[in-house]
Design a protein around this ligand. Structure first.
Ligand SMILES: Cc1ncc(COP(=O)(O)O)c(C=O)c1O
Length: 396
């Protein structure tokens, strides 16, 4: 495979690459040494200087991390809030929408992340709003023209999980954005599996809100997420709760921040977000285009090789694929496949219905094995994984 990246160097700067074969980057990836150093250095400063004092000293670097996060997705720094998880970020924005009423409609893709769906379903149950599923195309991806025919004056939100958790599909999120923009309907994108894996340009996507955790393909720390809210959309969102950062009381009056930090807690972990900043800088240095290309090549190689193994079925939908490779092995629950691979120092995920309840139910699946590929994986690791899956499948 032709390679623009110095993979050996990148692997040598990733401690986890020397301890096993990691194929769970869509669960959480392996941080690089520079990310770990950013976190540890900061924690040492906290211990030596005092946590509040260290935070004061690091505030400019934290704002650099925010600016880097903004650049990564084509946004402005004022449109970025730092939160602790993808679901918290999505939920904060959803809860800030104008109240729903009976008969209001929320349109969702079939592959919606289960956490977002649970939040919407609970809101619908409280208010009498309805959740409706946008039909898919024959290949299982979202059908933007079907969405266009669903639009009316009762639609309050369109929500799309761009790269679903339980498979290699890449939905056409920009096509959905063209429909929502023309109709003037709020559009939320869950980019949890996209950040750090494929180029993101919020203007081209046409979304009002986008969120993603830092720990997945971007290789940032756990406990970090970014929430993007389009500047002009911010006044339409009223945070459910405030604190002294997001809504200080000045002369007796609450001053809700005008930027996306109206959703950010005053108390975040600077160590983790400095680590996130380091991960973003690393991704930009490597180049998101090159990352996308290498992940695509490795993941397609893995898909092809799994397809050739008897008793193994690749479950990825669509025609444009991400670095997530989902499959089932006849006679083996995905959890058993995961355990058998772990015995060979190969880590993958095993996901059930709750991650993508609508899609798993439509397809009659109760579990899938999920191997996800990063640019720090190698062709030889992919071959090892395929061979190990073939050994398991032979026992079926
Ligand atoms: C598409 C997608 N959205 C959201 C999440 C959940 O993010 P978090 O666990 O940070 O809330 C995941 C996690 O796997 C995901 O794949």
């Amino acid at each position: 495979m032709s390679d623009a990246l110095d993979v050996e160097q990148l692997r040598s700067e990733t401690p986890g690459c020397s301890t096993g074969m990691h194929f769970n980057h869509s669960g959480a990836s392996l941080p690089s040494q520079s990310t770990l150093t950013a976190i540890w250095d900061y924690l040492r400063r906290e211990a030596a200087d005092g946590p509040m004092e260290a935070a004061h000293e690091a505030s400019a670097r934290l704002e650099e991390a925010r600016a880097d996060a903004a650049s990564l997705i084509g946004a402005r720094p004022s449109e970025i809030a730092f939160l602790g998880s993808g679901s918290t970020a999505w939920g904060a924005a959803f809860a800030a929408l104008p109240p729903l009423a009976a008969g209001d409609r929320i349109l969702v893709g079939r592959h919606e992340w289960g956490g977002n769906l649970a939040t919407m379903q609970a809101a619908a149950a409280r208010t009498g709003a309805r959740i409706e599923i946008i039909p898919g195309q024959e290949d299982g991806s979202i059908d933007a023209s079907a969405l266009a025919s669903m639009i009316d004056e009762r639609v309050r939100l369109v929500s799309l999980t761009w790269l679903p958790a339980n498979g290699g599909l890449i939905n056409d999120a920009a096509a959905v954005g063209r429909v929502t923009k023309a109709a003037g309907i709020p559009y939320f994108i869950d980019a949890g599996q996209a950040l750090g894996q494929i180029p993101i340009d919020v203007a081209a996507l046409g979304c009002d809100v986008l969120k993603a955790a830092g720990r997945k393909f971007l290789r940032g720390p756990r406990g970090t997420a970014i929430l993007y809210v389009r500047q002009e959309f911010l006044p339409r969102l009223t945070p459910r709760y405030l604190d002294v950062l997001s809504g200080p009381i000045v002369k007796g009056v609450v001053q809700i921040r005008s930027d996306a930090r109206r959703f950010e807690a005053g108390e975040i972990s600077p160590a983790l977000f400095l680590g996130l900043g380091a991960a973003i800088r690393q991704a930009r240095l490597v180049g998101i285009g090159a990352i996308r290309q290498r992940i695509g090549t490795l993941a397609n190689g893995l898909r092809d090789s799994l397809r050739s193994i008897p008793n193994v079925t690749v479950r990825d939908l669509g025609t444009e694929f991400s670095g997530i490779v989902s499959f089932t092995v006849k006679g083996f629950p995905a959890t058993e496949v995961r355990t058998a691979l772990a015995e060979r120092q190969i880590t993958i995920g095993a996901n059930g219905v709750p991650y993508t309840p609508l899609d798993m139910t439509v397809r009659g699946l109760d579990q899938i094995a999920r191997a996800s590929v990063s640019y720090v994986n190698t062709v030889s690791e992919v071959a090892h994984l395929s061979q190990a899956v073939a050994d398991i499948a032979r026992r079926a």
